[in-house]
Design a protein around this ligand. Structure first.
Ligand code: 5GP
Length: 190
């Protein structure tokens, strides 16, 4: 998606540890007009699929998922990050390792909001090692729902997640795939 790639080139900042900061338009301040275009592009790519629900993960996936949902006309459910080990009640859980924070945490979704009849599109901001996406996929599977695919804004193609998740049979549509990046020369797209 050219508009997105141009924006990453212009405003993205490459940081040590293979982290791309996009706080000025995606992860902190949010450019909603760009989000609208992102949402329309996801809709275009998944136009052939019936989708009844969008699933994302707090916090940075929520804004993107909500604007995308205006193109899909379906509810958004976000997985909550749970710090405690005592997970009570009727929830699906899985474990995610945070790429940016190096922490492991549980994510939960109420059984009320993921049903066996749901056809789910997962949306997230980044795909790096794939832990977030695999954790979300497990929630969908545990619910007995159908995973239609995943819409990712930025995939870091030089990390293992994309291959891992695609090999597991999940359709992944990434709007910008980064082949390499460094602090000197910036970002290089596929
Ligand atoms: P994964 O689970 O695929 O390793 O990482 C995905 C999650 O980590 C995303 O939800 C995103 O929040 C965060 N993440 C991974 N890499 C980056 C990055 O380079 N920049 C930013 N801002 N977030 C990242």
């Amino acid at each position: 998606m050219k508009l997105l790639k141009d924006r990453i080139r212009k405003d993205g900042k490459v940081r040590a540890g293979n982290v791309l900061k996009v706080d000025s338009f995606l992860n902190h301040q949010m450019d909603i007009e760009l989000f609208e275009e992102i949402g329309k592009e996801f809709k275009r790519r998944f136009a052939d699929s019936e989708i009844t629900k969008i699933l994302t993960i707090e916090a940075s996936g929520i804004g993107i998922a909500c604007i995308a949902a205006q193109s899909f006309h379906v509810p958004v459910v976000f997985a909550k990050k749970n710090q405690t080990k005592n997970i009570a009640g009727d929830v699906y859980t899985s474990r995610v390792e945070s790429f940016t924070h190096g922490r492991v945490y549980d994510i939960i979704v109420s059984k009320e909001y993921l049903r066996p009849e749901d056809k789910v599109l997962i949306i997230d901001d980044f795909l790096a090692n794939g832990s977030a996406l695999l954790g979300l996929s497990k929630l969908v599977k545990d619910a007995g729902a159908t995973l239609v695919g995943a819409g990712i804004v930025i995939e870091k193609g030089f990390q293992t997640g994309g291959e891992l998740v695609r090999k597991s049979g999940v359709r992944v549509e990434s709007l910008a795939i980064i082949d390499s990046m460094d602090e000197e020369t910036g970002v290089h797209f596929r």
